[in-house]
Ligand binder design. Structure first.
Ligand code: NAD
Length: 367
């Protein structure tokens, strides 16, 4: 075994119903006096609960998915005008993304209180969108110093959004299996994340009131994001960033829909990991079963059980978009992907995701 692994430094405080106590203790510990709270209008009630033991100097509610640069600029200006020394973001990945955009240029520390399973809080990846193009980068300045997980905030996530957001988390760990800096440590994190997410999401769908599966899903989402932050962005994320940034598709639903097609494309190239993924998703390989087939079937079964979104056509992609999307994907295709792809491969993958046809693994002869 030979690898180089980087672990990001971050405090994680996990506990349902404890966000206000955890946040107040963190603000004290960091000796912050001028706190900016970022939360969209919808997220504000959750932010009020989390911040009820501190006194912020600035509330900011202009939050837009994929962080348009002009929105980031306005928030940066406000943070500077109020001499902010700590940002607290309470919300989904879009809210965390705005906090990161401010931290990127100001170095103001961030405490994240996530309310979805997007996982941005555990990565040092930032994203900004300009002229229909989403640019992402890696910078330790944007990594939240502390993450406060309170599963109570996920109670309001409707089951459908829980499923999409949880599959977005699953995409982080599945893509980690073949991402550019994949190694045995992020594989271990990714596979435990996959197990926790599969169990948690199945439980949420069975009983949306039960907090245990919501906690499991939040825990899995964190591990998935840690594995993604360490392994880097694989083919799945390259595709979804283009679909989100260029065609303005909704983030979680897009990841949830595209994942099985990328798995079907890549699993034949990583049979040992495919077998471990299948087991993590609850389908230990049967004697003689092709591991890629086992992984794809395991994911298909999970998606069916939890009623996952199936077609990008339902989320705004059109057949006429496929040639541009294919061109853009090929331009950023990861050289470390288990198998290379032709224009036809990506066209077929995107068309299948557009239409929602059942994902099946590529025949290994095409590897
Ligand atoms: P989001 O933050 O846009 O939230 C989606 C919707 O859910 C919003 O309307 C929001 O108000 C609502 N919402 C949030 N919490 C809720 C709750 N508890 N109950 C009910 N509704 C709630 O979407 P997202 O999927 O969380 O995040 C997507 C964004 O995060 C994208 O821009 C994506 O690129 C980014 N992201 C970045 C990273 C990274 O590492 N940088 C990782 C994952 C996602």
């Amino acid at each position: 075994m030979q690898f180089e692994h980087v672990t990001l430094g971050q405090r994680v405080l996990f506990g349902s119903g404890q966000s206000a106590a955890h946040l107040a203790a963190e603000v004290d510990r960091m000796e912050a006096a001028r706190v900016m709270v970022i939360a969209s209008e919808f997220e504000r009630p959750m932010a009020e609960v989390a911040t009820n033991r501190i006194t912020p100097v600035l509330w900011w509610d202009e939050v837009v998915m994929h962080v348009p640069v002009e929105v980031a600029e306005r928030a940066r200006t406000a943070a500077a005008a109020h001499d902010v020394d700590l940002i607290v973001c309470v919300g989904g990945g879009s809210t965390t993304g705005l906090a990161k955009a401010i931290a990127l240029t100001s170095r103001i520390p961030v405490i994240a209180v996530p309310t979805t399973y997007a996982g941005s809080e555990a990565t040092n990846v930032w994203g900004l969108t300009e002229d229909r193009t989403k640019t992402t980068g890696v910078d330790d300045r944007v990594l939240p110093v502390t993450v406060i997980y309170d599963a109570d905030f996920t109670r309001t996530l409707p089951v459908g959004l829980s499923v999409s957001s949880g599959l977005n988390a699953l995409a982080h760990c599945v893509d980690s299996l073949w991402a550019p800096k994949a190694d045995p440590i992020n594989h271990a994190l990714a596979l435990e994340a996959a197990r926790a997410l599969a169990t948690g999401l199945s439980g949420i769908v069975t009983d949306p009131e039960d907090m245990t599966p919501r906690e499991q899903t939040l825990y899995g989402a964190y591990l998935a994001a840690v594995s993604f932050a360490s392994a880097g962005s694989g083919l799945h994320h390259k595709i979804c960033h283009i679909l989100g940034g260029t065609f303005n598709l909704p983030h979680a639903q897009t990841h949830a829909t595209v994942l099985p097609y990328v798995l079907a494309f890549n699993a034949p190239g990583v049979p040992e990991l495919a077998a471990r993924l299948a087991a993590a998703l609850g389908r230990p390989g049967a004697e003689g079963e092709d591991p890629a087939q086992a992984a794809v079937v395991a994911l298909n079964d999970l998606r069916e059980r939890i009623d996952a979104p199936t077609a990008l056509a339902d989320h705004g992609l059109e057949a006429a978009d496929i040639p541009e999307a294919t061109r853009r994907v090929l331009a950023v295709f990861p050289p470390t992907n288990p198998a290379p792809a032709t224009e036809e491969d990506i066209t077929l993958l995107l068309t299948a995701a557009l239409e929602g046809t059942t994902p099946t693994p590529r025949v290994p002869s095409r590897l």
